[in-house]
Design a protein around this ligand. Structure first.
Ligand code: 6PG
Length: 248
């Protein structure tokens, strides 16, 4: 893997602080460069630690939230007030505590009756609001990702059709291992970002993290390993447990 950086920390708390520092730095650079900060938030549990840090008194003014335009990289097929909703997790731990403009907050409509149409509408909103990069695709200033123990990223799960999507930027798919539908960014959109940051924590991620950060063949065997920004930065922040199987 060419242009990427790996930050391993001594504690999980330090991983959240490090990710917060990178998040704030990317936000400030984006706003000074083009007057806005377009960001796609991650779901699951790990990002909660980062969101709580960003909402804390020490950090709450580090990000110019008024200029942030916020999307989600994936979402579960539940209402946004459901306990399993990624939107609700982010709202409870961060978005309800920082001064964002509500018109700049774009929840992912993953519980609509017609999921394909909803995915297409979300994609169009991204195309309308996120400035294009060199390849003409919407280039988020930052896409935040986690990684599952099976090596999935966003809702790009192993052996699912979304892995092969090369045109649509947002799709909805049934994920057999979950028995549920998920809506997700696809590789064309993720890899068009100016910066992608993985925040990975926990012993159950150690083996997949070592594979994703291994040689190209090893990395390509997992969905997270196929995240390769074509022009942007790729940053991995790992806590000591997730980093425990890395060489050296
Ligand atoms: C989701 C997330 C998903 C998450 C991984 C890791 O909807 O669950 O978007 O991709 O990042 O499953 O989840 P944890 O961080 O909770 O281990």
């Amino acid at each position: 893997m060419e242009d990427h950086s790996v930050v391993t920390t001594r504690t999980s708390e330090e991983a959240f602080d490090t990710a917060a520092d990178i998040f704030a730095g990317v936000a400030c650079e984006a706003i000074s460069r083009h007057g806005q900060f377009t960001v796609a938030l991650a779901g699951g549990n790990t990002p909660r630690g980062l969101y709580q840090v960003l909402a804390s008194p020490r950090w709450v003014e580090a990000v110019p939230w008024q200029e942030a335009i916020i999307f989600f990289g994936d979402e579960r097929d539940v209402p946004h007030d459901h306990p399993e909703s990624n939107f609700r997790m982010a709202e409870d731990s961060l978005l309800g505590k920082v001064p964002i403009r509500l018109e700049n907050l774009h929840a992912m409509p993953a519980d609509m009756p017609d999921l394909d149409s909803a995915a297409g509408q979300y994609e169009q909103k991204i195309r309308d609001l996120v400035q294009p990069g060199d390849n003409g695709l919407p280039a988020f200033d930052l896409i935040l990702l986690g990684m599952g123990a099976d090596g999935h990223a966003a809702s790009l799960f192993p052996d699912t059709p979304a892995l092969d999507e090369s045109h649509r930027l947002v799709v909805s798919q049934h994920v057999p291992v979950l028995g549920r539908h998920r809506m997700t960014f696809t590789y064309p959109l993720i890899n068009a970002a100016r910066c992608v940051m993985f925040l990975i924590a926990g012993m159950d991620k150690a083996v997949p993290a070592a594979r994703v950060l291994g040689d190209e063949h090893s990395a390509a065997s997992l969905p997270a390993g196929r995240v390769r920004p074509t022009h942007g930065k790729l940053i991995f922040v790992l806590d000591p447990m997730a980093a425990s199987h890395l060489p050296g």
